[in-house]
Design a protein around this ligand. Structure first.
Ligand code: SF4
Ligand code: SF4
Length: 320
């Protein structure tokens, strides 16, 4: 494919997707104006019809952008999603919406001297965040690196040894770095992804049009696309969910690590940290001068990946 064709293809795809999505939203507005009263009158006497119409208007496709909704509108959406999950997977779930906390800016620190590459963090993340099992979607990659190198291009993702760590190797987990200046949010043509005040980059899965621009823009390869309907065994579904993090995503949308915001905004640690057997992972509030993460930042040899790109990650590596 020539360079010109390569660059034209994604923009044509976005244009097509926007044409598919936006006119339908415009169409809805027009339809309400033109036929709303008549429809309400004619269906008002028939409970079943009125209920179907109500479901139609509350559907994901026609809902407002999550950022713009009132608390009451959000409640309606969360109830609809809980109902859909019950119908689709036969499981009762609770979908919440914990807000960012004042005076909190989350940061993650990874001790490269302690990580042994066991990948327990990877599988804890999959279970916690209701990622598809088949095909399996993983937010965390663990790179097996040759000692003495910090060049991630030299890292091996698909290592498979009976024992870790291997001699002459060290291990570098990579996940969303929750950049302060994220390239992914800037390229999204519909503002389906944005950075929250506590530093977490989120995605409104009901607003995402699946163009994958953000995936291409992420320098850390941290975003994952749902090519198919997520497959999760019923008895493995985590019922504690939130709108902007681990609720089960539909096919055709982007997803990624959110520092388990449904846990961390309620004072808990991310699932990957709890699963780590070596204590390599540290998490906390960077704005708290007494926090462990502040102490690490002030006393250890700390660095971020691809610093030259100036994305200013909230994910740090350290030694010691
Ligand atoms: S690591 Fe990638 S997905 Fe995460 S905020 Fe940065 S650019 Fe976005
Ligand atoms: S979140 Fe990513 S895939 Fe979804 S619409 Fe935005 S750029 Fe496209």
């Amino acid at each position: 494919m020539t360079q010109e064709k390569f660059t034209q293809r994604p923009s044509r795809l976005v244009e097509k997707k926007l044409q598919e999505k936006l006119p339908r939203r415009e169409f809805l507005k027009g339809m309400i104006a033109a036929t709303g009263v008549a429809a309400a009158v004619s269906l008002g006497t028939k409970d079943a019809g009125a209920s179907a119409l109500s479901d139609f208007f509350k559907s994901a496709f026609f809902q407002k952008h999550y950022k713009e909704m009132t608390p009451d509108e959000k409640k309606v959406v969360l109830a609809r999603l809980e109902k859909e999950t019950r119908e689709r997977y036969g499981v009762e779930v609770k979908i919440g919406d914990p807000p960012p906390l004042d005076g909190v800016e989350f940061a993650y620190f990874l001790n490269l001297q302690k990580c042994i590459g066991c990948r327990r963090c990877v599988y804890a993340c999959v279970a916690e965040n209701n990622q598809s099992r088949d095909p399996q979607i993983q937010y965390i990659k663990v790179l097996e690196m040759p000692e003495g190198s910090l060049d991630v291009d030299e890292g091996e993702i698909f290592y498979d040894h009976e024992k870790v760590p291997q001699p002459g190797k060290f291990y570098m987990p990579v996940q969303c770095h929750q950049c302060s200046d994220p390239p992914c949010t800037k390229v999204c043509p519909v503002e389906a992804t944005w950075k929250e005040p506590d530093g977490i980059v989120v995605i409104d899965y009901d607003w995402c049009i699946g163009c994958r621009y953000c995936e291409a823009a992420c320098p850390y390869e941290a975003r994952r696309f749902n090519f198919t309907e997520p497959q999760i065994p019923k008895d493995e579904i985590n019922p504690n969910q939130s709108y902007l993090s681990n609720r089960i995503r539909p096919r055709g949308v982007m997803e990624k690590c959110t520092f388990c915001l449904h846990r961390t905004r309620e004072g808990r640690y991310p699932a990957c940290l709890e699963a780590c057997p070596t204590g390599s992972r540290k998490f906390g509030n960077l704005l708290d001068p007494k926090s462990e993460v502040r102490a690490i930042l002030e006393t250890k040899r700390v660095f971020v990946l691809k610093e030259d790109l100036k994305t200013h990650p909230h994910f740090y590596y350290f030694f010691g």
